[in-house]
Design a protein around this ligand. Structure first.
Ligand SMILES: Cc1cc2nc3c(=O)[nH]c(=O)nc-3n(C[C@H](O)[C@H](O)[C@H](O)COP(=O)(O)OP(=O)(O)OC[C@H]3O[C@@H](n4cnc5c(N)ncnc54)[C@H](O)[C@@H]3O)c2cc1C
Length: 416
């Protein structure tokens, strides 16, 4: 139902022509600057719908999913039914045809209740759908986008055991064999891969060319994706993270997404955008932990008054609220820059770096504010803290974000 409403209203919103590539402009720059709390009616509606879905459907299951280290299939179905798995996908391909900011809003709201569900939707929307939508030809889009918007989970397979931060050192090969390619190798730490049917796999068609041989292939699980191991993790435990192996997987050349040898470029561009999604996950997480702990502080009495009424506590709440607000502004500003077709790499890296620090701090403080019960699984704050650690690791570690920012600063300030 939401999908239909969103589709109708978003058609009115996205009237400007969409350009291919990261420079696509989906939100015209406006003459009168507005606050970053200024949402379109559709974005506001999306936020309210996702918040309701997260509170009513996801919240009761969070703890059990964390304990079992499994995503409840009913939640995945709910994400599809609510149009949250094809947020930017055009209506012609079964999607909600919303803005990038729409995806960011959805990830933030999901993370406020469960960062595991948020990362499932985030990887699916901002990485998998976006690569196909931005770089795929008509055949590729028609083949995968409709399924990904309605029933099939997607995985983005770049990292390998020996290629994490140095992702382009990947060793998975795709050897040409007539009109086919034969894939061999393995991928590590792949989110969503336990539930996924659709995989975007980066493999090198000509290792002698180095990173310029890296090519993106789309494939179905049935093509021969093997799950070699499911990781047991510190946090986001309901989100599956697996090692995958490819053993002589034969794919027709039509499975290539975009151009041969351009996979490295697509990966860089899409991860620049994807980082804004992880920043959104982290601000949602920080807000979720803050909401639980501050509410608790105005219910719990010690020394005859609410613990939150101690000035020392109130000042800590204020300090953390400032940091969460700052992280949110960095995140939405990066999203708006991207939509306006302006450079956003530095701002996206800043947003991810800062938001993941704030998330760790907010969740850690939330435990302290709740005292002993905060350290137990009776409250969700300890889970938020465990979940927060991943923000500084995936889609570029914090050091890599600093490296990106430092390089851009050097370009700006150094004369040679
Ligand atoms: C839960 C989870 C989900 C993930 N999901 C996906 C996914 O869906 N798809 C996918 O492709 N990958 C995924 N990843 C992989 C993730 O992107 C990598 O783990 C990440 O990029 C870091 O790589 P690494 O683990 O090899 O760490 P390393 O690169 O070995 O880094 C280890 C440490 O060294 C530091 N370091 C490395 N190089 C430098 C440098 N040049 N300068 C300064 N410091 C440096 C890092 O900052 C870090 O602190 C996931 C990982 C996890 C844990």
């Amino acid at each position: 139902m939401l999908r239909n409403t969103l589709r109708t209203s978003l058609r009115q919103f996205s009237t400007s022509p969409i350009r291919r590539g990261v420079q696509e402009i989906t939100r015209p720059a406006i003459e009168t600057p507005l606050s970053l709390w200024n949402w379109t009616e559709e974005e506001q509606m999306l936020r309210e719908t996702v918040r309701r879905f997260a509170n009513d459907v996801i919240a009761p299951k969070v703890s059990a999913m964390d304990e079992k280290e499994e995503m409840d299939p009913a939640i995945i179905k709910g994400l599809f039914d609510n149009g949250l798995m094809g947020i930017e996908t055009p209506a012609d391909f079964g999607g909600s045809e919303m803005s990038f900011t729409g995806a960011i809003i959805a990830v933030e709201e999901l993370a406020r209740v469960d960062p595991s569900v948020a990362v499932l939707a985030d990887v699916h929307n901002t990485l998998v759908n976006s690569v196909l939508r931005l770089y795929g030809n008509d055949h590729v889009k028609e083949r995968w986008l409709p399924g990904l918007a309605t029933e099939k989970v997607g995985s983005f397979c770049l990292s390998e055991p020996a290629a994490g931060s140095d992702a382009f050192a990947l060793q998975t090969t795709a050897k040409k064999d007539g009109d086919h390619y034969i894939l061999n190798g393995s991928k590590a730490w792949i989110s969503n891969s336990g539930e996924a049917d659709t995989f975007l796999v980066f493999a090198n068609v000509d290792p002698s060319k180095g990173y310029k041989g890296i090519t993106c292939f789309g494939m179905d699980k049935a093509d021969g994706v093997e799950i070699a191991k499911k990781e047991k993790k510190l946090g986001i435990r309901a989100s599956s993270t697996c090692v995958l192996s490819f053993d002589d997987v034969r794919l027709p050349k039509e499975n290539i997404v975009g151009e041969v040898g351009k996979g490295y470029k697509y990966a860089i561009e899409i991860l620049n955008e994807g980082r804004i999604g992880i920043a959104a996950q982290m601000i949602g997480l920080a807000q979720g932990a803050f909401d639980h702990a501050v509410t608790y502080a105005y219910q719990r009495k010690q020394f005859g008054k609410f613990i939150g009424d101690n000035q020392a506590m109130g000042h800590q709440f204020a300090d953390m609220a400032i940091k969460i607000e700052a992280a949110r502004l960095l995140t939405y500003n990066a999203a708006r820059l991207k939509e306006e077709g302006r450079p956003f790499t530095q701002e996206a890296a800043m947003a991810k770096y800062f938001a993941s620090n704030v998330a760790q701090e907010a969740a850690g403080q939330a435990i302290e504010w709740c005292g002993g019960v905060g350290f137990t699984r009776d409250l969700p704050v300890e889970k938020f803290w465990r979940d927060s650690k991943i923000g500084a690791i995936y889609e570029g570690t914090s050091n890599i974000q600093l490296e990106t920012i430092a390089k851009l600063l050097r370009k700006q300030y150094a004369s040679s």
